[in-house]
Ligand binder design. Sequence first.
Ligand SMILES: NC(=O)c1ccc[n+]([C@@H]2O[C@H](COP(=O)([O-])OP(=O)(O)OC[C@H]3O[C@@H](n4cnc5c(N)ncnc54)[C@H](O)[C@@H]3O)[C@@H](O)[C@H]2O)c1
Length: 335
Amino acid sequence: MTARFRIGFIGAGRMANIHAGHLQLEHDVTIVAAADIDADRAAGFTAQWGGAAYTDHRAMLDHEELDAVYICTPTATHARLGLDAAERDLHLFVEKPLDLDLAAATRLVHAVERRNLIAMTGFQWRYTEGYQRAAELIGDEPVALVNLRWYWTRPPIRWMWDRSQAGGQLVDQNIHLVDVSLGLAGPVDTVYAIYNERQANQEPEFLNWDAYAVTLHYRSGAVGVSASTYALFPEIQEPPAADFALRDRLVRVTDRGASLFVPSGVQEWPNSEPLHRGVNRAFIAALRAGDPKAVKTPLRSGLIATAVVLAANESAHTGQPVAVPALPESAPAGG
Ligand SMILES: NC(=O)c1ccc[n+]([C@@H]2O[C@H](COP(=O)([O-])OP(=O)(O)OC[C@H]3O[C@@H](n4cnc5c(N)ncnc54)[C@H](O)[C@@H]3O)[C@@H](O)[C@H]2O)c1
């Protein structure tokens, strides 16, 4: 008989439900429990996907026999909740960004690496066909310019209106494109950011920036810009896009696929499956393999991308370029 992987969720809101839907497609996965401080959320989730409902994640971790936990709570809680699960030797899927507190996020990364846990950051773009095609198209060729663009509206989830809880658009959303660029153009050394607020969104409860202009300097020599906004409307027909300019070629990754622009025309490779399918399939495949190295986006990759976007927030605050903390791409030998 195939072993079954017993999964628990901490946070049973929007993303938890999306991931649970994809986990249903895996033949050897059972959702055994969910913990949410909102009892109705926890009960609604387990009514749909199965398992026992809790309002305290520690009670769930103490009472349930689990193999892995999905952390799908507001960002500022990720490291604390993740550590509670890691200390019980549970494998982890952690939503991005890793946390708003880089020191706490670093402690979580060290804990999972010390225990050799399978631990993935929820960077679903990296598992799409479009990303993989773009990686093949770029290969080892030097990238000249990176352009990361995300046009969006006021977030549909209210706690994200508050930058002290979600970090602002760059930290909360465009971190996906920053991570795509780290994968395709290499590490970022320095950032310089200018944001504005109350240019577009006047609601008193909108405690956030409206627009984000960031310059990124990649160690490879590539230069990049990130332009993103909460000023627009959800029906906007321009998908978020990461552009990579190489000699005589432009490679574009969107949430719909990849494109190649060359002198003879444009070639497109649309994704054939929903955006969050690959990341969930890959997490369960890593559990089956029992191999932390099978994970393409370990928590360390989440830490590195989080360091870039938090450095941009610092730059917007100080008005100065900020050096991104130098973090090794793999666990230092000896832990
Ligand atoms: N990967 C993606 O595409 C993607 C998209 C959107 C959001 N996210 C990330 O996913 C995370 C969750 O976002 P969401 O959109 O699901 O938000 P949400 O508000 O829909 O869900 C969060 C849930 O966590 C619960 N919660 C809060 N504190 C808790 C605690 N201490 N213990 C247990 N439950 C707690 C809330 O009651 C809520 O039900 C965020 O970090 C967000 O940045 C990722």
